[in-house]
Design a protein around this ligand. Structure first.
Ligand SMILES: [Ca+2]
Ligand SMILES: [Ca+2]
Length: 276
């Protein structure tokens, strides 16, 4: 962008932000689950499993070759991993994929993904299925994604537990799980230039700056930008050292469905001016 048409403004504030609300799909700083793809090692720790739980290596995996398989035989089978969510957690989310093979489409064969305290008591049910929710057998198998908000459990040690209960009258339903992950963001991940008063200073004629605004905020009293509400602004400030033409380029990576808003605002001329 040419700035020659606004060279009367010596000082600029740079602002960039996503326009839409936060998406968990964009979440990602710290991974808390170990061996979430069940490739190796498998049990005790990080996973704790009851007898009969298997980790096959065949075409039933989502990726790359192994997966967790519950059910098959009559009785309760479970596998869980204990994680500690930091006290300064801003947001945390559980993700996993499931696939169900039920020869008899048995409604009596049950599966639950649950969150438990370390003493085994129930905190929340993430998802419940039966053999009626079976998938057609095919290669590669059909896996379904599940996402669950773990933010309310900040500061706690919790179990991520997958539990199957195949009934004696069922048909040996297999509940398969793969690619389990827990992503957490903490206060340490908040961009330092989230607030206007903490904007990052850019010096000289040339500079390259990087930043992520996944957990940036719109601060109290922050106006709309170019008529748009915005929501996740970051701030830089730069004073043109010379009265020559300057150029600004920006690259961004955004999750699908998000819009990007970028522009300049001058505060030296006593009024806001916006360009996209
Ligand atoms: Ca796997
Ligand atoms: Ca902000």
């Amino acid at each position: 962008m040419h700035l020659s048409d606004i060279t009367f403004m010596r000082k600029f504030l740079f602002l960039a932000g996503f326009l839409t609300s936060f998406s968990f799909a964009a979440l990602g700083q710290t991974q808390l689950i170990q061996d979430g793809d069940f490739e190796s090692p498998i049990f005790s720790p990080p996973w704790n499993a009851s007898p009969g739980v298997t980790v096959p290596s065949d075409t039933g995996a989502r990726s790359p070759t192994h997966y967790l398989s519950l059910g098959h035989t009559v009785g309760l089978q479970l596998a869980y991993q204990t994680i500690n969510l930091p006290t300064n957690t801003i947001a945390a989310a559980l993700y996993y994929y499931y696939n169900i093979i039920s020869p008899g489409a048995s409604a009596v064969d049950q599966f639950h993904a649950v969150i438990r305290r370390t003493d085994g008591s129930l905190l929340a049910t993430v998802d419940s299925r039966t053999g009626l929710n079976f998938d057609q057998f095919q290669i590669p198998p059909v896996y379904h994604p599940i996402a669950f908000d773990l933010t309310p459990y900040a500061g706690q040690a919790i179990r991520i537990s997958f539990e199957a209960l195949d009934d004696v009258t069922g048909s040996g339903t297999a509940f398969n799980i793969d690619d389990v992950s827990v992503w957490v963001e903490t206060t340490a991940d908040i961009p330092p230039n989230d607030y206007f008063t903490n904007r990052t200073v850019i010096t000289n004629n040339s500079a390259v700056k990087f930043g992520t605004n996944i957990f940036a905020t719109k601060e109290p009293g922050e106006p709309n930008h170019a008529g748009n509400q915005g929501g996740k602004s970051l701030w830089w400030t730069w004073t043109a050292p010379t009265a020559i033409e300057h150029r600004w380029q920006h690259l961004h990576y955004a999750a699908r469905g998000l819009q990007w808003l970028f522009g300049f605002e001058s505060y030296e001329v006593g009024r806001r001016q916006w360009q996209r």
